[in-house]
Each structure stands twice: as structure tokens, then as C-alpha cells.
Design a protein around this ligand. Structure first.
Ligand code: XIL
Length: 313
């Protein structure tokens, strides 16, 4: 195999992909790497498809930033995971501070989903319909979520049903962090998926964000066990935002490479794991500062993780 995506597809997976954003695309040297379909068969928009970006004021939708990323994907034969429809963060103030009651907020949510999923109908392999709806103990997030506190957990099946109506062919995902291994939060995610299924709404996938830390990844078996528990509910799984932080100042890139290989090996072992997306690809552009969590360094040179990932497939 020639690249990260090629190695993943040779192992029977759908894609290896990366998060991408407008500011990375404007760095021509970095964008050359993103455009290489041998390494990346899939993109996720970093911020461009979030609620505040797409509907900054009521009923005024702005698709420009996201459309540019989708256009680059189409030009290079790459698929999109689309992220994200209903999240407690990056919600515009007109929604958050609008004082809407439960029914009004449900209508706002459904209207957003109908417009956005309709705009991208047929272009998204998957949608992260609901993102991060759980607390660390596996209970539903409420106090810090306008959706959870105003509507209650029933916003979740309503969102999935609305997304299915707007694009019946997209895989509809629940996505969250700290659910990569068995534990209280992963159990909460299993329960959330059952809750959506019991409500009669479609749900097809579970996204493990995979924001991990070098040296704390452990072995593949716990990720395998976790993914199998989700697969038993009939959903597919994916690592959707993988990055593996190293301590600033004393990075161990060989350990980091081994940790990337562990995640790849776990995905390889589980048939329901369809792919892996990293949250960016170069340490020049990462949401977690100086932790050098990605596969290319700040000078756009491949780190040890690159070959380790290819070899782990
Ligand atoms: C992050 C982006 O990378 C940042 O640019 C932004 O300021 C905050 O959001 N979980 C998610 C992603 O689902 O959308 C987040 O992305 C990282 C954590």
C-alpha cells in the first residue's frame, strides 16, 4: 500500500481520513498533503459544519466554508463525514440565549437539521447527528446544554428521525469522547443508542472521538471489546477524531507511533469498525496546542506514526 488510506482499504476498511479546515487549506504546502487521496480518503470539517458556522442568525444559512471543503473532497474522490448537527458547544447565541421554550427549540433543531442535511444530501457518507450528549458518569448532559436542559434527552431520537428524513442514505452517528474503552460513559453511550432504537428512530453508527494521550493508550483488547459491545447493537463504529497527545517539551514519538498502531490494530480486528479519522494531520495545526499529537510534524515531515499506522493494517 502506498499511503494511510490505501493501507486501510487494503485491510477491508472504507477509509482513513482527516479533519480539515479552511485555514489549513489556505496553507498550500499543508493542503497538498490533505489532497493526497492515497493518505486520506475522507474529510471531516473542523468547524465549518457546526451550528454557529452554518446558521449564525436565525434562518440565515451560510454554507460557503463547508462547501469549499466538500468541493475539494469531490475533486479528489474523497468522502465526507459530516460534523455535527446537535452539540452543546458552538451553538450561536440566538439559540442559546433566545429564551425558547421546549417546543420552539425542537422546531429550531428540526429546521436546522432539515436545511443542513438537505443541503448536503447525497454528499455525506455519515452525519454526526448528536455530539457529546453524555456526562462522564454516563448520565445525559443537561445543565451545560441548551438542548438537554430545555428539551431533555428526547431531543436525541427527534434529531435522528429528522436527519433520516432529510437524507435517508447517510449513516447517522452518535459521537462522543472518553467512550473509547469500556466504562461508565461507554455504557451510557450503549444505553443512548438503545434509547434511540426503542424510540423507533434510525441510528447506524457510534463514533469514538479518540482524543488519547501517548503512553496511556494501553492495549488493543479493551478497544476491541468496547467496539464489539456497540456492534452487538447493530451499529457500525469508527474512530472519528483520533489524536494522541504527547507531553509538551518531552515528546516520545516512538511511543506515540506504537499507540497509533494499537488503535489501528483494534479497528482492524473488529469488522464493524469502518474507518479512522484523525483530528488534523500536522502538528502545525492542532486544537491541542503544543502536544504534537498528529502524524506529520510542524515542518510537514512524516513522524514515526506514519509507517507504524501503515504497518499495523
Ligand atoms: C474543536 C475544534 O478543533 C476547534 O477548532 C474548536 O475551537 C473547538 O472544537 N470534539 C469535537 C470537535 O467533536 O468538534 C472539537 O473540535 C474537538 C472535540
Amino acid at each position: 500500500a502506498q499511503g494511510l488510506h490505501d493501507a486501510a482499504t487494503a485491510a477491508g476498511k472504507k477509509y482513513f481520513g482527516t479533519e480539515l479546515s479552511g485555514y489549513v487549506m489556505s496553507d498550500a504546502e499543508a493542503n497538498e498533503i490533505a489532497k493526497n487521496a492515497q493518505d486520506f480518503g475522507q474529510y471531516t470539517c473542523e468547524n465549518e459544519m457546526k451550528f454557529d458556522a452554518l446558521q449564525p442568525s436565525q434562518d440565515a444559512f451560510n454554507y460557503d466554508g463547508a462547501d469549499q471543503i466538500v468541493a475539494q473532497a469531490e475533486a479528489n474522490g474523497q468522502i465526507m463525514r459530516c460534523h455535527t448537527l446537535v452539540w452543546h458547544n458552538q451553538v450561536p447565541s440566538w439559540v442559546k440565549d433566545g429564551g425558547f421554550d421546549k417546543n420552539a427549540l425542537i422546531e429550531i433543531m428540526k429546521n436546522h437539521i432539515a436545511n443542513v442535511v438537505g443541503h448536503y444530501k447525497g454528499k455525506c457518507y455519515a452525519w454526526d447527528v448528536v455530539n457529546e450528549a453524555l456526562n462522564e458518569d454516563g448520565t445525559y448532559r443537561s445543565s451545560d446544554s441548551v438542548w438537554g436542559s430545555t428539551i431533555g434527552p428526547e431531543f436525541i431520537p427527534i434529531a435522528f428521525a429528522a436527519a433520516a428524513e432529510a437524507d435517508p442514505d447517510a449513516k447517522l452517528y452518535y459521537n462522543d469522547y472518553n467512550c473509547d474503552r469500556p466504562g461508565a460513559k461507554a455504557t451510557g453511550a450503549l444505553n443512548l443508542i438503545k434509547m434511540v432504537q426503542d424510540a423507533g428512530a434510525p441510528i447506524h453508527g457510534f463514533g469514538m472521538q479518540g482524543h488519547l494521550t501517548t503512553g496511556q493508550v494501553g492495549d488493543a483488547s479493551q478497544y476491541v471489546e468496547n467496539m464489539q459491545a456497540f456492534a452487538a447493537l447493530g451499529v457500525e463504529v469508527a474512530f472519528t477524531e483520533l489524536d494522541i497527545a504527547t507531553p509538551a517539551g518531552s515528546p516520545d514519538f516512538n511511543q506515540q507511533a506504537a499507540d497509533y498502531a494499537t488503535v489501528v490494530s483494534a479497528c482492524k480486528q473488529v469488522e464493524a469498525c469502518v474507518g479512522i479519522t484523525t483530528w488534523g494531520f500536522t502538528d502545525r495545526y492542532t486544537w491541542i496546542g503544543d502536544s504534537a499529537p498528529l502524524i506529520w510534524d510542524k515542518d510537514l515531515q512524516k513522524k514515526a506514526a506514519y509507517d507504524a499506522i501503515i504497518n499495523a493494517w
